[in-house]
Design a protein around this ligand. Sequence first.
Ligand code: NI
Length: 178
Amino acid sequence: MAVLDIVTYPDPRLREPTTEVTEVTDDVRELVRDLIDTMYALNGAGIAAIQVGRFERIFIIDGRVATDKEDAEPVVFINPEVVETGNGTVVAEEGCLSFPNVFVDVKRPRWAKVRAMNVEGETFEWEGDGLLGRALQHEHDHLTGKLMIDLVGMVKKEMIKRKMKRFHGTQAREAASQ
Ligand code: NI
């Protein structure tokens, strides 16, 4: 088990292009396990590989978010594509492991369907609305270098930037005092 360090905004790695996974190798399986461990350790609803500084097109969604069942396994999406969104739009609060303690209202389509490959190399589709629809779109955005700060207005953008500056300042002070 390995909990990996999270890449936080405004680290430019969050904007890097991602790469298709051509084969589910042991290395990919290990990355998937580490992503799951990291997501659980930090209480995230989802996590994308780019958030731990890896550029494979992979994201994970927590089992409870993906299925509504308390003890469900996390769902692994490899080379995911959003095939459809719809049912109107909805504004709801969103968070992101790359923006610790930042929560902002983001407007998105209510429902989304994603096609991806699982760790067995099989193609599957997953769809949902509510938190799941939002998580599918949010995590897929990460793989295209898009972040929730890109989806809010100027005032909220500045607020997020200030909060992240404060976050990095606190991190630097803590590191200096150790
Ligand atoms: Ni995120």
